[in-house]
Design a protein around this ligand. Structure first.
Ligand SMILES: *Cc1c(COP(=O)(O)O)cnc(C)c1O
Length: 420
């Protein structure tokens, strides 16, 4: 569709977009934070709405001519409020990190204390990493996971009582188990802290009731829209009405300028899709696929952090087999599987090398993969880890991966996902 238009004016970029489509087509995408949007979501992101400046919020703008984008942004707000059952939503954050930044700006002063999950234990950069603004402007204490890979809530409570943070962050980029938001709130109340639930990764599971919701427990909820939620790249902040004005001000003018109304329209389309009953089937299949992948790896004698998963992701622990996450992620790329290296709890390797590989099923499930396919994916990964020196097995793994890619065509050829 749009690609033809680009081809006519900028063949150089059009060709690269085509190459990227082909890369996505010929790859089994196991990066846990990625997904494939619907044709409608992608089309909405490529509309004339990109031309409009709309600083402010619906019906309270600093520019004229916002009547239509007001309606679009209101629809996005109403849909996401319904999806999660919240009182207020700001759909303007350009990304998950921007959403968190706005919450910090509203709740904290520079130098205030925050308690978040340690990056190497599964937390996100924006939860207090020293290389991120959150770690530079605030006094950070962190919690991790125990030897079994689970959050130890008694330990979180102990750290909170000792340090009295002003904000506690519950949420992760790499945690395969259920997060107990109720317990987090009890801890926050004990020390007089605000609770932020960052559900960037598990948003689709929360929206469909397949993971307990933080609504009613967290003072603020942030999420990305492009991970399990399958929308365009972006963020959302949700809260009760009492914090609505403060949060809105923290987004604009606090941390952002004009909202991306074309992306907000695409978010509205994605929220509409997520409100349909089929989306719950999708989310359930994502979990089933992750469980099947974890079990297949375990059946092949490999270790998985915490022994399995409750959600859409898992981490292969390579310490026992003496390989690094970096090496295995590179080997997987050679057999057409993309995944990222990731630290495991108490990782002896540096974050650039690591002893783990994070694997997620949100993207392949959108493509149509079922449990049977995940067993094959698990076999391929196990073969690559165990027999990487065996040329015959390696070549066979490549063929098996490509056969799965052929089985589930993307966009141009696919039935469900036709776009370009
Ligand atoms: C991905 C992620 C973010 C940041 O999202 P971006 O859109 O990349 O800024 C924030 N928090 C968590 C827990 C995440 O996993």
């Amino acid at each position: 569709m749009e690609l033809n238009v680009i081809r006519n004016t900028d063949p150089e970029i059009a060709k690269l977009v085509e190459e990227e489509l082909s890369r996505q087509q010929n790859t089994i995408e196991l990066i846990a934070s990625e997904n494939f949007t619907s044709e409608a979501v992608m089309a909405a992101a490529g509309t004339v709405l990109t031309n409009k400046y709309a600083e402010g919020k619906p019906y309270k703008r600093f520019y004229n001519g916002c009547e239509i984008v007001d309606k679009i942004e209101s629809l996005a707000q109403e849909r996401v409020k319904k999806l999660f059952g919240v009182q207020h939503a700001n759909v303007q954050p350009h990304s998950g990190a921007q959403a968190n930044m706005a919450v910090f700006l509203y709740v904290l002063k520079p130098g205030d204390k925050i308690l978040g999950m340690d990056l190497s234990n599964g937390g996100h950069l924006s939860h207090g990493s020293p290389v991120n603004f959150s770690g530079m402007y605030f006094d950070v204490v962190s919690y991790g996971v125990n030897e079994n890979g689970y959050i130890d809530y008694d330990d979180v409570e102990k750290i909170a009582i000792e340090n009295k943070p002003k904000l506690i962050i519950a949420g992760a980029s790499n945690y395969p188990r259920i997060i107990d938001f109720k317990r987090f709130r009890q801890i926050a109340d004990k020390v007089g802290a605000f609770l932020l639930a960052d559900i960037a990764h598990i948003a689709a599971l929360v929206a469909t009731g397949l993971h307990p919701s933080p609504v009613g427990y967290a003072h603020f909820i942030t999420t990305t829209t492009h991970k399990t939620l399958r929308g365009p790249r972006g963020g959302v902040i949700m809260c009760d009405d009492e914090h609505a004005l403060g949060i809105d001000k923290a987004v604009f003018p606090g941390t952002q300028g004009g909202p991306l109304e074309h992306i907000i329209a695409a978010k509205a389309v994605a929220f509409g899709e997520a409100l349909k009953p089929e989306f719950k089937e999708y989310a359930q299949q994502v979990i089933n696929n992750a469980k099947t992948l974890a079990q297949t790896l375990i059946d092949n004698g490999l270790d998985v952090v915490s022994g399995g998963t409750d959600n859409h992701l898992l981490t292969l622990d390579l310490r026992k087999v003496g390989k690094t996450g970096k090496d295995v992620a590179n080997l997987l790329e050679e057999v057409h599987i993309t995944a990222n290296k990731n630290t495991v709890p108490n990782d002896p390797q540096s974050p650039f090398v690591t002893s783990g590989v994070r694997l997620g099923t949100a993207a392949v499930t959108t493509r149509g993969f079922t449990e049977e396919d995940m067993k094959i994916v698990g076999e391929i990964i196990s073969n690559v880890v165990k027999y990487s020196d065996d040329e015959t097995i390696f070549e066979k793994s490549k063929r098996m991966a490509l056969a799965l890619c052929e089985k589930y065509p993307l966009y141009s050829k696919g039935e469900k996902l036709r776009t370009i």
